[in-house]
Design a protein around this ligand. Structure first.
Ligand SMILES: NC(=O)c1ccc[n+]([C@@H]2O[C@H](COP(=O)([O-])OP(=O)(O)OC[C@H]3O[C@@H](n4cnc5c(N)ncnc54)[C@H](O)[C@@H]3O)[C@@H](O)[C@H]2O)c1
Length: 388
């Protein structure tokens, strides 16, 4: 099957590499010729590096590169069986482009968007034969990140969902099936990792370094929230937070923070500008955490219980299965454990009691306990009958 990739930026180039590595001929188009040239150079560099590291032989790398056709018009998509769009995150532009592509490809060609924040259903509305439209959400960098979220629109047929999922699975990716809701799984469930960490800082309980220390050293997370936000970019992370909050009709649980907004406004975007929560300049003074184990455990538990509540509520609202919710966080963002399995270990009653205590203290909707957790606590249930 020929695969069409639309947009040759960070995501498009990565997705093209994944599909070509899986043996497909890939038609890569971008409206900006300079972006196509950049993608060509970048892909060559990456493939050469993989040869140097011994991950690919030289003929394999050449064959992969040879399967990617860099084209200057969308008519080259005419024989494709799947088109994955990874262009600018603007609904009207995506709709417009899919309308044009619908006229070029056969009606059996699956059309997919890699959008992180737009509704798949709303894009499908602009597509001829919307039953063949679906969300296929890769993570950055696409060749390295194993997880792919598969998001059927309301209009998507079961057959399209199965074909898309089977195909991406055959590329060696780990797919999870998600309902078309803001943030899908990962960008929704991960919100408290950042939001609650910032809140703890804003209330003066601990500084950035101490919160990061608690999450990594005590919690086992690979990166602390502030290091991770600096890595992602505070502008990007703030934009995702604001988009999820707006899409949920301003549910206070997802409310963005002034701290992050001010950092973005100041241009303290993190590693890419040399300064964010931490200073990355050469002679910068390193922030030292307060290694107080009791404080650390309190910080970890407050953030973790909010993450667990988010995962439980996503299950309650049937966003995905419990297995896919856990898999997404373990494989997508390398959490030390799936959140629902973690809830079992901590005790459902303990989770509910903590959330209720936070709710009583602050009287904020942000801390409302998911009805699922409350019901489970009442009935003495766990998410999994077997321990991990
Ligand atoms: N960057 C990430 O971490 C990430 C992760 C997952 C999903 N996404 C999603 O993937 C999509 C692309 O993101 P990105 O980071 O690769 O962006 P990017 O800015 O790196 O690349 C976008 C490319 O699309 C091209 N483009 C814009 N309009 C076009 C059009 N009408 N026709 C053809 N090409 C067009 C641009 O020239 C550019 O090269 C977005 O929907 C984004 O939400 C991004």
């Amino acid at each position: 099957m020929q695969i069409g990739v639309l947009g040759s930026g960070a995501m498009g180039a990565g997705i093209a590499q994944v599909a070509a590595t899986a043996g497909h001929d890939v038609i890569l188009f971008d409206k900006n010729p300079a972006a196509i040239e950049r993608a060509k150079e970048k892909l060559l560099k990456i493939l050469n590096r993989l040869v140097e590291k011994g991950r690919l032989t030289d003929p394999e790398a050449k064959a992969i590169f040879g399967r990617i056709y860099f084209v200057d018009n969308i008519y080259a998509y005419k024989d494709c069986g799947l088109i994955i769009e990874a262009i600018i995150e603007k609904l009207e532009i995506k709709k417009d482009v899919f309308e044009q592509i619908s006229d070029v490809v056969s009606k059996d060609c699956i059309l997919a968007s890699n959008t992180s924040s737009l509704s798949i259903t709303s894009i499908a509305g602009a597509v001829d034969h919307p039953e063949r439209f679906i969300g296929i959400h890769f993570f950055n960098p696409a060749p390295l990140m194993k997880l792919v979220e598969i998001i059927p629109a309301m209009q998507t047929s079961k057959d399209t969902t199965k074909r898309a999922k089977d195909l991406i699975d055959s590329w060696g990716k780990l797919t999870v099936l998600v309902k078309d809701t803001p943030g899908f799984i990962v960008n929704r469930l991960a919100r408290p990792f950042y939001g609650e960490a910032i809140r703890i800082y804003e209330e003066g309980f601990a500084d950035f370094a101490t919160i990061d220390w608690a999450m990594t050293e005590i919690g086992g997370f690979r990166m602390g929230p502030f290091t991770l936000m600096d890595f992602i970019g505070n502008d990007v992370n703030y934009a995702v937070t604001e988009s999820v909050w707006t899409s949920f009709y301003h549910d206070p649980r997802y409310k963005p923070s002034f701290t992050q907004k001010r950092l973005s406004e100041a241009g303290w975007l993190g590693r890419k500008t040399g300064k964010g929560y931490f200073d990355y300049s050469e002679n910068a003074e390193k922030q030292n955490p307060t290694k107080d184990k009791v404080l650390g455990a309190q910080i970890l538990w407050r953030i973790l219980v909010m993450l667990i509540n988010e995962a439980a509520d996503a299950l309650y609202l049937k966003i995905a299965t419990k297995e896919d919710l856990d898999l997404a966080m373990e494989k997508g963002v390398n959490y030390p454990k799936g959140l629902l399995r973690w809830a079992d270990e901590k005790g459902i009653v303990h989770c509910v009691e903590t959330l209720d205590r936070l709710f009583d203290e602050y009287r904020e909707e942000r801390y409302r306990c998911s009805p699922l957790l409350r019901n489970m606590a009442r009935e003495g249930k766990k998410f999994y009958s077997n321990p991990a």
